[in-house]
Design a protein around this ligand. Structure first.
Ligand SMILES: [Zn+2]
Length: 522
C-alpha cells in the first residue's frame, strides 16, 4: 500500500498554520492538552457524575453538542444534534425482602429495582429456582422445560454453565446468556413477577460493591421496557440466600449441582417471598447527541461512546461523586478526536460517519438501544466502532477489539496493527462479558457487526494499569481525572480507529459476521 503521507496532505488550521501535514503526522501530534481537555471537563466535580436527566448529565450533552458544532460536524437530525428519549427513573427508598422467615436488608443483602409507579409497593409470590434461567438452541440448553413460572419470583444464577463445564457454551468466556441483563430478559419473556439474581464475585465478575453502586441510585428505564409483568429486578448475596435455604433444609450446592445438568427443571422451593418497599419515580428526558460527517454513500459507520456515568450520592461523607473520568470521559475524547481528525483530513469520505454520543449506558445501554431501535434506515449501518473506558496510561504493545472474534472487522484491524507493530490481543478478563456491557452490543444485537476498540493491557510501565482499573477503580469514586496520565493509550486508540475507518472507506468493504454469535439477534 502506498504511504498515506504521499496521498493525503492537508493543512493544520491552528498553530502550525499553512504547514501541510499528513494524517499520520496529525495523529502523532495529538497533544496531551487536546486529549486531556475533554476528559478533564467531563470528569469534573461540577458535572456531578453525569447521571442521565440530571443537571450534570444535561451539561455533558450540551458540552458534547458544542464540541460537535465547534468541529463543524453536521447535525444528524433536521432540528439539530439532539435525539431526545424519555426514561422513567425509579429510586428505591426502602426495600425489605422476607424469605422463609428471614428479613433481608437493602443494600447489604439485596439490591434492586421495582420499576412501577407506586410510592409504596408490596409483592408476594412463590419462589422458584431456575438454575441459570437460560434457554437457547445454540448449545441445546433449556433450563425452563416449559415449566410455567408466570407470577413467580424466580431465583437465577448469573453467568452461564460454561463457567463450570469448560466444553459447553464458551467455557470461561462469558456469553450473553450469562449476563444479568439476559436473565432479566428471559424472566420477562416467562411472565415472572420478580427475579433474584444470585451474586458471587466469581459469577458476576465483580464484587458486591459494584452491584450496590450500580443499582443504588436512580434506575432509569425506557418506557418500552416496562410494558411487562416483571416488577422486582434484584440481586441477592449468595451467603444470604444460603441462610434462607438452610432454614428450609435446602442445600444450595445441591441446587447448583442440578443446574449444571441438561435435564435440569425449575425447582419450586416451597416458600413465598414477600417484598415491601418505597419508591420515588419521575419522567426523565435525556438526549443522545448525534453528528454526521457525510460521505458519498448512504451507508454509515457509527462511532460511539457514552457520555453518562453513575451520578453522585448526595449527603454521603467523603468523596461522593462518580466522576467517570475514564468511564467514559476518556472514550468520549477518543471518539470526538477521531471525528475531528476525519473531518479535517478526509474530504469525500465514501461512508458517512455517524458520531453517536449516547446516554444512559450505565442504566443498561439505553441510549444506544433507543438509537438502534428507532433509526429508520438501520439497514444502512454497516459497522459500529465503540469506545469505552479508553486506556489513559503509557503506550501499549498490544491492541484489542472486544467482540472482534465475531466479525471481519477483526481481520481488517489485525492487518492495520501488523503495519503499526502492535500485537492483537484478547482482553484477559474474559469472564466479564465486556462485549455485552457497552454500546456496541445493541448494534450487534440488531445484526450490525460491532466492536469496542481499545489499546491493550500491556502498557509500558509493566503494571497493567488498565487491568487494574477494572479490578479496583471501575464504578467507584476513584475513577477521577489525573493530570499525570500520559494518554498514549488514548492516542493509539484514536489512531487505530481512524486507520480502520480509513481502510473501510478506501476498500468500500462491508464487514461481515465470521463466527458463531453467542447472543440472540433481534
Ligand atoms: Zn462505561
Amino acid at each position: 500500500m502506498k504511504k498515506i503521507s504521499a496521498i493525503f496532505i492537508t493543512v493544520l488550521a491552528c498553530a502550525n498554520f499553512l504547514i501541510p501535514i499528513t494524517l499520520e503526522e496529525r495523529i502523532n501530534n495529538l497533544s496531551k492538552p487536546e486529549m486531556q481537555s475533554i476528559i478533564e471537563f467531563l470528569g469534573h466535580d461540577l458535572l456531578e457524575g453525569r447521571a442521565p436527566g440530571a443537571r450534570g448529565g444535561n451539561l455533558a450533552e450540551l458540552y458534547v453538542q458544542s464540541l460537535c458544532k465547534f468541529m463543524n460536524l453536521d447535525p444528524a437530525f433536521a432540528n439539530g444534534y439532539l435525539q431526545p428519549f424519555k426514561l422513567k427513573g425509579f429510586i428505591l427508598k426502602e426495600l425489605t425482602v422476607n424469605a422463609a422467615g428471614f428479613e433481608l436488608t437493602y443494600p447489604e443483602d439485596v439490591v434492586g429495582s421495582f420499576p412501577r409507579e407506586e410510592n409504596e409497593f408490596q409483592l408476594e409470590a412463590g419462589a422458584v429456582f431456575v438454575g441459570f434461567g437460560i434457554t437457547t438452541p445454540l448449545w441445546n440448553w433449556d433450563d425452563f422445560k416449559n415449566v410455567d413460572v408466570k407470577n413467580k419470583i424466580i431465583i437465577a444464577r448469573v453467568n452461564d454453565p460454561g463457567m463450570f463445564i469448560p466444553d459447553i457454551f464458551e467455557g470461561k468466556v462469558l456469553t450473553f446468556f450469562g449476563r444479568w441483563s439476559y436473565h432479566i430478559e428471559e424472566a420477562i419473556k416467562r411472565g415472572a413477577v420478580g427475579i433474584l439474581m444470585i451474586h458471587t464475585d466469581e459469577s458476576a465478575g465483580y464484587d458486591w460493591n459494584v452491584v450496590k453502586n450500580s443499582w443504588s441510585g436512580e434506575e432509569p428505564y425506557l418506557e418500552a421496557d416496562l410494558q411487562n409483568n416483571l416488577k422486582l429486578r434484584a440481586w441477592i448475596k449468595e451467603s444470604c440466600l444460603r441462610k434462607v435455604l438452610e432454614a428450609k433444609k435446602i442445600n444450595l450446592d445441591q441446587l447448583y449441582e442440578k443446574s449444571l445438568k441438561r435435564n435440569f427443571k425449575p425447582i419450586d422451593l416451597g416458600f413465598t417471598i414477600k417484598v415491601k418497599g418505597k419508591n420515588s419515580f419521575r419522567d426523565l428526558t435525556n438526549n443522545n447527541v448525534v453528528a454526521l460527517i457525510p460521505g458519498q454513500s448512504e451507508k454509515k459507520i457509527v462511532i460511539s461512546a457514552h457520555i453518562d456515568h453513575l451520578g453522585m450520592t448526595p449527603g454521603k461523607d467523603g468523596p461522593n461523586i462518580y466522576n467517570g473520568a475514564i468511564d467514559n470521559g476518556s472514550a468520549v475524547a477518543a471518539m470526538l478526536l477521531t471525528a475531528k481528525i476525519l473531518k479535517e483530513f478526509r474530504k469525500g469520505l465514501y461512508y458517512t460517519v455517524v458520531v453517536l454520543a449516547c446516554n444512559a449506558e450505565e442504566s443498561g445501554l439505553l441510549g444506544s438501544k433507543y438509537y438502534v431501535r428507532n433509526i429508520p434506515d438501520r439497514g444502512n449501518i454497516i459497522a459500529n466502532i465503540n469506545f469505552e473506558s479508553t486506556p489513559v496510561w503509557g503506550k501499549t504493545s498490544d491492541f484489542m477489539a472486544i467482540g472482534g472474534q465475531f466479525s471481519t472487522l477483526e481481520d481488517m484491524l489485525k492487518s492495520i496493527l501488523e503495519k503499526e507493530g502492535l500485537t492483537y490481543s484478547y482482553f484477559s478478563l474474559i469472564n466479564q462479558g465486556f462485549f455485552y456491557r457497552s454500546d456496541q452490543y445493541p448494534f450487534a444485537r440488531y445484526n450490525i457487526p460491532a466492536i469496542w476498540i481499545s489499546a491493550g493491557e500491556n502498557d509500558d510501565s509493566g503494571e497493567k494499569k488498565y487491568t487494574r482499573f477494572w479490578k479496583t477503580d471501575y464504578h467507584t469514586v476513584n475513577d477521577d481525572f489525573d493530570p499525570k496520565w500520559e494518554l498514549e493509550g488514548l492516542k493509539q486508540t484514536i489512531k487505530m480507529a481512524v486507520l480502520l475507518i480509513d481502510h473501510l472507506n478506501k476498500t468500500k468493504e462491508v464487514p461481515k459476521w465470521k463466527s458463531r454469535l453467542t447472543f440472540p439477534l433481534e
